[in-house]
Design a protein around this ligand. Sequence first.
Ligand SMILES: Cc1cc2nc3c(=O)[nH]c(=O)nc-3n(C[C@H](O)[C@H](O)[C@H](O)COP(=O)(O)OP(=O)(O)OC[C@H]3O[C@@H](n4cnc5c(N)ncnc54)[C@H](O)[C@@H]3O)c2cc1C
Ligand code: FES
Length: 279
Amino acid sequence: MTERKIQTIKITRVLNECDRVRTLYFKMKNGVVPKPGQFAMLWVPGVDEIPMSISFCDDIGNWAITVKVIGECTKALYDLKAGDYIGVRGPLGNHFTLPASSCKHVFLVGGGIGMAPLKFLSHELKRSNFHFKIIEGAKEDGELLFIDEISDITREDCEFFCCTDDGSYGQKGFTPEIFDNQIKNIDIEEYNDTIVYTCGPEKMMYELLKTCNKYGIEMQASLERIMRCGCGLCGLCAIDPMGLLVCKDGPIFDRELLNKMEDFGKNKRDFTGRKIPLK
Ligand SMILES: Cc1cc2nc3c(=O)[nH]c(=O)nc-3n(C[C@H](O)[C@H](O)[C@H](O)COP(=O)(O)OP(=O)(O)OC[C@H]3O[C@@H](n4cnc5c(N)ncnc54)[C@H](O)[C@@H]3O)c2cc1C
Ligand code: FES
């Protein structure tokens, strides 16, 4: 499995996205083409190895990840320049499943850095001729990601809604509220032909799950947990009660599995594996 082997890769391009967020482009040597929702383990020599969603991929093995500064390793990634080297393992984990061709309503709902895998997914949906609506939220103006690219991709036959907690850009409010309003415009008979893809703060995704449960709408969510091995060996990313591993069984989980997770929207684990409440 070439995906499990670490490749030493040169950064080819660095793009500033917004405050403390940058996209790093690099070319993989194994020629594997990842699917939207998959992630890679990024190793910064002398610092750490951490999971990052793949935010872009073309047909000739150029990938990108989009990093937001949180702690030491994300800061080290953020500070890299074109020409620097990193280690990359991937693509890892499962991926978003594209909708059935009969699907009538497709929503992508994301918050903050959660837009990274959703942006990749939006390109795949566009390529497969799906019409979709993107709902993006952030705390404030300046934190919304990929605005120009998403505006461009949603220009024809798709829609783009933005919101901020403080109303400094787009609508004032939260993505689950906008989603709920959009769902109310759909005929009840079409709930079965509707799907929502989401990635972002877990509390936000938990609110979306409640709405999807209410209307019987299919949902796929990308989860984050602290990862060490990224390939099912250490158990650090296990979610109770079924012991599902976010790195191997996920990071994408459907509504049925999300409803069975007692920790979803409530608890995560720290670096020692101890359970702590989600903020
Ligand atoms: C599948 C997956 C995809 C991800 N995709 C992206 C992405 O596209 N872009 C991006 O910027 N980040 C992404 N992350 C989150 C990223 O991996 C963490 O922010 C990073 O590991 C933090 O490392 P650090 O050394 O900078 O911070 P640390 O000093 O290790 O941690 C800082 C704080 O962040 C918390 N934390 C650390 N790792 C995680 C984690 N994996 N999940 C939740 N909380 C964590 C810690 O508890 C601590 O409070 C993803 C995580 C997963 C699991
Ligand atoms: S990170 Fe080790 S099992 Fe998932």
